[in-house]
Structures are given as C-alpha cells and as structure tokens.
Design a protein around this ligand. Structure first.
Ligand SMILES: Nc1ncnc2c1ncn2[C@@H]1O[C@H](COP(=O)(O)OP(=O)(O)OP(=O)(O)O)[C@@H](O)[C@H]1O
Length: 279
C-alpha cells in the first residue's frame, strides 16, 4: 500500500472508532488521519458505514448509538461530544446529499445567509454567491431554497458550511442526487474551495487551509477531487492509500471489484450501440 507524504498538521484523527447499536457493530474499529490541506475520499458501498463515520466526526450521531474509540479534530477529543457541545475549534463544516435538511424552506436565500453569518452588505452576499459560481446572484438572493435547482442548492450549502470558518469540510455524497453537469459544477466549486478557502474561526487556526473528507460510493467522482482514498466495506477499512496508486494497483478484492465495475461502465459506454436488425 502506498503512503502519501502528509502535510505538517493533523486536522482529523480517527482512532479505533467503533459504532454500535445494541449488540450490532455498525462501524468496526476504524482508524485514519487527515492532514492540513488534504482531500481524502471515504469510499464504499451502501451500508458500509461512511455516513455514520461522518456523523461521529461532526457530532450528529444519534444518541442511542454507542460510540467507542476517539476522534480528534484539531487535536481536541470530540468522540463523545455532540455538535452543540463542541468548541469552535472542533466544529466541522458539513454538507449532505439532502440539501433541504440544511436550509430553512420558508426563508429567502439572502435572509438566511445574512442571519447566519457576519455578512452585512448586499455586495458581500453577492460576492459569496459568485464564489460558488452561482450566476444571477441578485435573483437567487430573493428566492426560497425550493426555487433553486439541486446543484445550486448544494453550492449554497457549501457556502453556508464554509462560512462557519472551519478548516475541515466533510461532504457526505454531495453529488449523488445531481445530474452529471450539476455534479461537475459542485466538484469544481469544492476544488476551488480547497484551493482558496482559509480558516477564520480562531486565532491559532487562522489561515489554515481547508481539508476535505469527501464521502462517496463513486470512485470516478472521487478521482476528480481527491488525492487519497480510504475504502470501507461492512464497517471496516479494508484499504487506504494514494488514490492514483489504488486505481492502478488495488490490493483488496473489494477495491478491485469497485474499480472493475467503474471501468466496465466506461467500456460499455464506449461500445457502439447494438441494434437488432433481424426482422
Ligand atoms: N441511526 C441509525 N440507527 C440504526 N442503524 C443505523 C443508523 N444509521 C445507520 N445505521 C446502519 O448502519 C449501517 C451503516 O450505515 P451508513 O448510513 O453509515 O452507510 P453508508 O455507507 O453511508 O451507506 P449509503 O452510501 O447508502 O449512505 C447500515 O447498516 C445502517 O442501516
């Protein structure tokens, strides 16, 4: 397995994390780290434990799920701390597949943005939407979330998440519900945020670059954004390493099948369509 030379500072450390419900293990003793400025994907089939891991990291795991092991965000131990009990330092910006859960359906986009941030002027709001490559920003500010497309809503959610000033963004399947073009726009915005965004929420983290944990079941989407991959199956990490290395020489049978399936889709698309000519 290849190793990626880590950037200097560890932003997220997951140590022997285990999540269980009654006697059932849902996430089984996983460990991984994320360094400053890294873009890492957590990849696996449906039910492999990716979203639960994300929820444990951002402090929104259901209270009836038992959490063991530890999670350190910027060096602060948070595994047993729900999101509202966390210090600003240890808060994690998060976007989910379901954009409606993050937005007030009855309030205009402009009102929500100005209420939830320090942004006061209309020019600042417009600039923020333009950073998210949202065209027609004036009109968007006046609309309700339901009056935006799915891709526009997701880019708005990314803007909201990053306004928290955090240096860690967890994006849980942010492109899964979108058409291919909207997916590309969201990926482009995430890439740009990783390049440009710096942390503002506390003095000692001020200026830190953004680190991204991108959760997906789609390796072709991950490959457009991430440098490193962590592969999960049935609650366990089965392989991790540089994404390029994983794509060219996957070691674990599950990773091999994931890549073979993605390659099959592309080779099927390249085949000329078969027409039945027999009358
Ligand atoms: N709140 C919950 N209560 C009970 N079981 C849960 C809860 N959330 C998730 N699970 C179970 O934990 C396991 C892992 O679920 P999880 O949502 O983390 O998978 P996932 O890899 O994110 O899948 P998907 O890609 O479909 O979102 C599944 O068996 C799921 O049914």
């Amino acid at each position: 397995m290849s190793s990626v030379i880590p950037a200097s500072k560890c932003v997220l450390e997951v140590r022997n994390l285990a999540l269980s419900l009654d006697q059932k293990t849902l996430v089984d003793n996983i460990s991984f780290s994320l360094y400053e400025g890294e873009r890492v994907c957590l990849i696996g089939a449906s039910g492999s434990g990716k979203s639960l891991t994300a929820r444990a990291i951002n402090g929104t795991v259901a209270p009836y799920i038992k959490v063991a092991g530890d999670i350190l965000v910027n060096g602060i131990s948070v595994a047993q701390q729900p999101v509202l009990a966390r210090r600003a330092h240890a808060r994690v910006a998060t976007v989910f597949q379901d954009t409606f859960s993050a937005l007030n359906p009855l309030m205009s986009v402009g009102k929500q943005l100005s209420l939830s941030t320090n942004i006061q002027s209309r020019d600042e709001l417009l600039a923020l939407l333009q950073q998210m490559q949202l065209k027609d920003a004036e009109s968007l500010l006046a609309r309700l979330p339901s009056e935006l497309s799915g891709g526009q809503r997701q880019r708005l959610c990314i803007a909201f998440a990053l306004l928290s000033g955090s240096n860690l963004l967890v994006a849980d399947e942010p492109t899964t519900a979108l058409d291919v073009l909207s997916q590309q726009q969201v990926i482009k915005v995430l890439r740009q945020c990783c390049d440009d965004h710096v942390c503002t929420h506390s003095e000692d983290l001020h200026g830190s670059p953004l680190s991204l944990l991108f959760i997906t079941h789609d390796i072709s989407v991950a490959a457009q954004l991430c440098d490193r991959a962590i592969v999960m199956q049935n609650g366990k990490i089965v392989e991790q390493g540089a994404l390029a290395q994983l794509l060219s020489a996957p070691q674990h049978p599950y990773t091999q099948s994931l890549i073979a399936a993605a390659q099959q889709v592309f080779s099927d698309m390249a085949l000329p369509s078969k027409k039945v000519v027999n009358a």
